[in-house]
Design a protein around this ligand. Structure first.
Ligand code: SF4
Length: 346
């Protein structure tokens, strides 16, 4: 039974990145739940309600325009046309941006409510990280490539043995496609994935000096690496503020109406527009873990949700937020390093 009329009464609290409170007082920051509808958000960190009401301008009466006024008007029009080529690029950019903003559906959250949501995520998981086991940036890349259509646990079962034998591009390339395929045969699409791992290892060895490149462009040229995988690597390994939209983030964006969109790109764009400054670095993992363990696909576990009072999902069935307690890091501790392997940045 959905409870979409769950608007607590207490005033919203401002976001405090890095705040150390460990419990949400009942009804705290709850005004966000009664958030005013947000239209045409103007950009991340901006007052996204500001675009809702542009000042109206009067339309001048027509029918009594003087000749002088008409001449002035014509002169202005000619001057404007003459200047048009120089301004064409800027005009197209502005039009494109306005079109993109107009395409964004309104969201039922105030900026304060959004900030409070991410503040709580930050308190609950101060050090979120990938649950894919890896020992360096290269093995993280391989694990992410293998994780398509697979659970992290399933990938980890296969990669433990693989990474013990090969944790560098050179070693993986030398291992060969047949051996890689044999090692990951419990993973879906293992034949294609083994081929991709072999080829990307060769490319890293031959074209990047055995290092995983930092740029999106170079990453997306690697076999089996698309935008989502590149976003994960840029975020997890290199600390970039990117957001890789997987099935959990796609569901949350739409279910709770905070970043609705039909495609991963649309949801990514929506989240990037609203996530407040200071929270984007870890938003990817917070959202994935929230979707995996609480806002689950079949039935959301609203009773154990720390944003239940703020959430505007139709499927919500409990509006009392769970206690805000910092959880232990996951996975618990770093994995042991195979001989010769190094950790990212080390
Ligand atoms: S689990 Fe939380 S975020 Fe998901 S629908 Fe329930 S209250 Fe909303």
């Amino acid at each position: 039974m959905a409870d979409s009329d769950a608007s607590p009464k207490a005033p919203a609290r401002k976001a405090k990145p890095g705040a150390t409170k460990t419990r949400v007082a009942e009804g705290a920051s709850a005004e966000g739940a009664a958030a005013k509808t947000v239209r045409k958000p103007a950009g991340r960190g901006a007052d996204i309600s500001a675009g809702a009401g542009a000042p109206k301008t009067r339309t001048p009466k027509t029918g009594s325009v003087s000749i002088k006024a008409t001449k002035t008007s014509i002169a202005k029009t000619r001057a404007s046309k003459a200047a048009a080529p120089a301004k064409a690029g800027a005009g197209v950019a502005v039009a494109t941006r306005r079109k993109a903003e107009a395409a964004q559906p309104p969201i039922p959250y105030s900026p304060d409510a959004i900030a409070e949501i991410f503040r709580r995520f930050a308190v609950q998981r101060p050090h979120p990280t990938s649950e894919l086991e890896h020992v360096n940036t290269f093995t993280l890349l391989v694990a992410v490539v293998l994780s398509a259509q697979m659970t992290d646990a399933g990938v980890n079962r296969a990669t433990r043995g693989l990474f013990a034998r090969a944790s560098t591009p050179q070693a993986m390339a030398a291992l060969g496609e047949d051996e890689i395929r044999q090692a990951i045969k419990t993973i879906g699409f293992f034949r294609t994935k083994a081929k991709n791992v072999q080829r990307l290892s060769e490319m890293l060895r031959d074209e990047h000096g055995g290092e995983v490149p930092r740029s999106r462009e170079a990453l997306e040229k690697l076999p089996g690496v698309g935008r989502k995988t590149a976003n994960v690597i840029m975020n997890t390994a290199f600390g970039e503020e990117t957001l890789a939209v997987d099935t959990h983030i796609l569901r949350i964006g739409n279910r709770i109406k905070i970043a609705p969109g039909k495609t991963p790109e649309a949801v990514e764009e929506g989240f990037l527009r609203i996530i407040p400054e200071g929270f984007l670095r870890h938003a990817h993992h917070w959202l994935i873990l929230h979707g995996r363990f609480v806002c689950k696909a079949r039935k959301p576990d609203c009773e154990h949700c720390i944003i239940a009072d703020l959430c505007q999902a139709d499927e919500k069935w409990c509006d009392q937020p769970a206690p805000l307690i910092a959880l232990p890091d996951a996975p618990p501790g770093p994995q042991p390093l195979p001989p010769g392997a190094t950790r990212p940045g080390g």
